[in-house]
Structures are given as C-alpha cells and as structure tokens.
Design a protein around this ligand. Structure first.
Ligand code: ADP
Length: 329
C-alpha cells in the first residue's frame, strides 16, 4: 500500500464543555488535570480530507481555503506522524480542512478539527481504530477533540502524568435529551491567548489554580448526574459555576488572561434577565468572548431573540446535540 494513493474524509462536530477543562496534568502528552463533560453540537462542523500520495515530496496542509500557517501545519503534521508510526506508512499527505464556523475564535475549532483529522488520517492510512483509540489519538493533539469523536453527551476523565491511553466516553447519545445551545458571537477575530498557552500560564501563576483543580471534579459529578436525570436547573447552575471558576483562574494569571468583551457581560445580563422572567437558560463561555446558552427546545427562539437584541452580539446560531464523527472513503 506504500506506493499508491489512499484517501478518506471525515466530518466532526465541535463540542461545548458543560464541565470546563482548564489545566494539564502532563503538558507533553496533553493529559487533562480535571474531568470535563461536553455536548457535541450539530451546527459547528469541520470537514477534513486526507490523501497519502507517493508523488508528494512533503506534507501539504490547507485550512479554510488557504495554506496553513507554520504553527497550524506543525500540529497537523504531528498527528500525521503518529498515524504514520502506527501504520508504518511512509508517504506524505495532502490535508484539506474546512471549518464551517470561525477558526481559533473560542468556538472549539480545535475540537472538531483534530477529531476529523484523526478519523480521516486513520481511514486513509488503512488503520481500523475503534472510537476509543481514535479518541485517545485525537486527545494527544487537543483534549477537547477527544470528546468530539462521540455525539451527544461526553466525558473526558482527568488523567495523570505519563497517561498515553486516556480517551473520552459517551455518557448519553444525542437523542437522550433534546436540548438547545444558542451560540452568541460577541467579537470577531482570533482569540488573543490560545488555550494551551493560557492553561500553562494559569498553572504556573494563578493563586486560584489549585482551588480550581480541587473543585472542578465536584461540578463534573453534579453535571453528569443532572444529564442522566435531565435536570436542566442543576446542570445549568453547575455549568455556570464551573465556567466562572475557570475564568477566575485565567483572569488571575500573570499576565492576566481576560477573554471577555463588553458584549460578553451584556449577554450574561440578558441570560440572567431571561431567568428572572421565568425562562430557564444558562450561560457558559470558553477561552474566548462568546456566550453559549443552554436551554430546553421550547425556549430556544426566545433565548435567541433576546441575544440578537443584546448590544455587541453580531450573530447567533441554535445548535442541537450532534452526532459521532463520520468517515467517508
Ligand atoms: P478554538 O477555540 O477554535 O479551538 P484554539 O486556539 O484552541 O481555538 O485552537 C485553534 C487551533 O486549532 C488553530 O490555530 C489550528 O492550529 C487548530 N485547528 C483549528 N481547526 C483546525 C482544522 N480544521 N484542522 C486542523 N487544525 C485545526
């Protein structure tokens, strides 16, 4: 198989962490220090095609219709190298990936990006990995990508130094609970501090980092139970606490990492206002300024309209629980 073209495509959805991930137990192997729980989102999709080609002198990486930057290409080539080692394939690859939503903006493009890349690369290389092995492979590039291998509600346990096999697992399939996540875009452009760099800075400098590590598992357990019992109020309030605690850790790093824009606070006020008027809606923010609001399907239109009216919100989407990663040959 080493002298012929082999190719495959994969489609993966990004996910939103309900129990937040911030901090690594092993930076080299990309092992998280806290457990996280997420919801895979049908609206935030990456499609990636990988072609191993004997005619190529070196790997070529294209992202969103342009040549990838050196830093972007390096992360992709690291994944290609892992798969080449496993499959004993020596060919260079042509990788074309498209995020159908803003890249590196705090909408988890790295999650869907590396989940799609892991699945497409393994399929193109002829490796028949099950979901668990694919998840561990994706996790080595981006911890949140480990969760995007699965649809619905997904957990990634905390690991420890030297862990190589840590993978995510599904808690419940998409049809378990017909929730909606309304995504409010508050600012355009890429985020100023990438998640990997931000977490390391928090670990080294935030006086609240240890408190975050101590408390995060408690919210994660609460959120897992709430998902099983379909209890939105418990899930929502634990998600908000987990969110604010992780941002507190980022904000108190040195130099501080403040991901919020004025519209972030305006959107949070909108969500509080909705709750005061009896609409159960709960907010979360990742390492970026955007606000994502969890609600029941019947409240989604009202939540979206309220966010659309919020000063500084430029665009909204309504996402529902999304599927597992899909491979096409
Ligand atoms: P985000 O919030 O979008 O995940 P990060 O800074 O955590 O932002 O990750 C963005 C990085 O992930 C990009 O700079 C790029 O290196 C990588 N990435 C994003 N999308 C893809 C993709 N489709 N294929 C490969 N790598 C990707």
């Amino acid at each position: 198989m080493n002298d012929r073209v082999t190719e495959a495509s994969a489609r993966a959805c990004a996910n939103i962490a309900l129990a937040k991930y911030w901090g690594k137990a092993d930076a080299k192997r990309n092992v998280p220090a806290v457990p996280s729980i997420s919801l895979t989102l049908d609206q935030l999709v990456t499609e990636t095609r990988v072609r191993f080609d004997p005619a190529l002198p070196s790997d070529v990486v294209r992202l969103d219709g342009r040549r990838a930057t050196a830093a972007e290409a390096e992360r992709v080539v690291t994944m290609l190298d892992r798969v080449r080692r496993e499959s004993q394939l020596r060919l260079s690859a042509h990788v074309t990936s498209h995020n159908h939503f803003p890249t590196a903006a705090g909408l988890a493009s790295s999650a869907s990006g590396f989940a799609a890349l892991a699945a497409a690369t393994c399929a193109a290389a002829g490796l028949r990995f099950n979901a668990r092995r694919l998840s561990a492979l994706a996790r080595a590039s981006s911890a949140s990508a480990a969760r995007s291998i699965y649809g619905g509600f997904v957990e990634l346990p905390a690991g420890s130094r030297g862990d190589v096999d840590l993978a995510a697992r599904q808690i419940a399939p998409p049809e378990h609970w017909n929730l909606r996540l309304v995504v409010a875009l508050t600012e355009l452009g890429e985020k100023k501090v990438g998640s990997t760099e931000g977490m390391e800075r928090s670990r080294k400098t935030s006086p609240y980092y240890q408190a975050w590590l101590d408390q995060a598992p408690k919210w994660s357990r609460k959120i897992k139970r709430a998902i099983k019992e379909r209890d939105l109020d418990t899930l929502g309030s634990a998600m908000e606490q987990s969110t604010l605690a992780f941002h507190c850790c980022a904000i108190t790093s040195d130099p501080p990492i403040l991901y919020w824009a004025p519209a972030t606070l305006a959107a949070l006020a909108t969500v509080r206002g909705l709750r005061e008027r009896g609409v159960p809606a709960w907010a979360t923010m990742d390492a970026g300024p955007h606000v994502k609001v969890l609600c029941e399907v019947g409240a989604a239109t009202r939540v979206r309209q309220a966010l659309d009216r919020t000063p500084g919100v430029t665009r909204t989407w309504v996402a529902k629980p999304g599927p597992d990663v899909e491979v096409h040959r």
